[in-house]
Ligand binder design. Structure first.
Ligand SMILES: Cc1cc2nc3c(=O)[nH]c(=O)nc-3n(C[C@H](O)[C@H](O)[C@H](O)COP(=O)(O)OP(=O)(O)OC[C@H]3O[C@@H](n4cnc5c(N)ncnc54)[C@H](O)[C@@H]3O)c2cc1C
Length: 261
């Protein structure tokens, strides 16, 4: 359990205080959760940091401060509908009032509410590491183990066609699979959170229509590291669900945009 709480006034102060035995504290719903894997002697609270909780539109892009809560996202007029839909996967309004988008990304959970949709649309993260400010594609970020960066913001495209699906026993239960498909000019990008396995991303070319048989066969044979039988279902069940969901989401995108996949 943490012994010290630092209240950072801005991002520079927060990153200055970040050492191996310290962790950032955003909404605290993961850090303070019973059974949380976050262990730190010092917590660096981002609550009072200036400039991390605004939402701004810039042409086709929407920039979201990392301290924006799920509820801020749901209520904003500027956030695209596809991201609001994913924020509402967190069914508890009490939790939505606390949990932040930055905390959800940094938690890198295999049943993440937001990572599938953010990876599918290739969200760009604004990061601060020491003195270095950089922009990084979220698909790169989630595969790195560097926990020393502070996420200051997330940039997402507005006009992209997205379809998402989450499977859980109840709205409050953990999801076995959460998948999003985003249609860009070049391809359809699929990203999926598989509980206890991780986040997987795929680019599907737009050459020929994806059939249900092809989608099911692809996921039946695709090498997925760490996929196991568990309380969420057998490996065969999860693979089947991945296949039919990929097919369904692509079908939905075709229906909405008229584009073949
Ligand atoms: C009952 C319960 C069920 C849950 N179920 C789910 C679930 O199904 N799916 C899911 O995704 N989550 C789940 N969570 C976890 C949590 O609610 C969310 O992941 C939430 O979005 C975390 O956001 P937060 O602001 O509360 O993060 P915090 O708890 O404050 O932080 C989470 C992690 O991110 C780091 N961090 C926070 N902000 C930043 C930043 N700006 N830059 C860098 N690192 C940062 C922290 O150091 C910590 O490691 C659940 C939590 C509870 C209590």
């Amino acid at each position: 359990m943490a012994k010290t709480l630092l209240m950072a006034k801005n991002a520079a102060e927060a990153i200055d205080a970040k050492i191996a035995s310290a962790a950032f504290l955003a909404g605290g719903t993961e850090v303070n959760r019973l059974g949380s894997t976050v262990e730190a002697e010092t917590l660096i609270s981002l609550k009072k940091c200036e400039g991390l909780n605004s939402i701004k539109k810039d042409g086709d892009k929407v920039h979201i401060g990392s301290m924006c809560t799920f509820q801020d996202i749901v209520e904003s007029e500027d956030v695209p509908a596809y991201l609001k839909e994913a924020a509402l996967f967190m069914a508890s309004r009490t939790k939505r009032n606390m949990a932040t988008i930055g905390g959800n990304i940094a938690a890198r959970r295999s049943d993440s509410y937001l990572l599938p949709v953010l990876c599918a649309v290739d969200a760009e993260l604004s990061l601060l590491t020491g003195d270095l400010e950089e922009s990084k594609n979220i698909n790169l970020y989630i595969n790195e183990e560097n926990d020393d960066s502070l996420i200051t913001g997330i940039t997402v495209p507005e006009s992209v066609q997205v379809a998402s699906k989450r499977y859980a026993n109840t709205a409050q239960s953990h999801a076995v699979i959460t998948m999003s498909a985003a249609s860009t000019a070049e391809c359809v990008k699929l990203a999926v959170a598989v509980k206890n396995t991780g986040i997987l991303s795929f680019n599907l070319s737009s050459s020929g229509r994806l059939t249900e048989e092809a989608a099911v066969a692809f996921f039946k044979n695709y090498e997925i590291k760490d996929i196991e039988d568990d309380m969420f279902g057998s490996v065969d069940y999860k693979r089947y669900l991945l296949g039919i969901t990929a097919y369904d989401l692509c079908k939905q995108l075709i229906a909405e945009s008229g584009k073949e996949v």
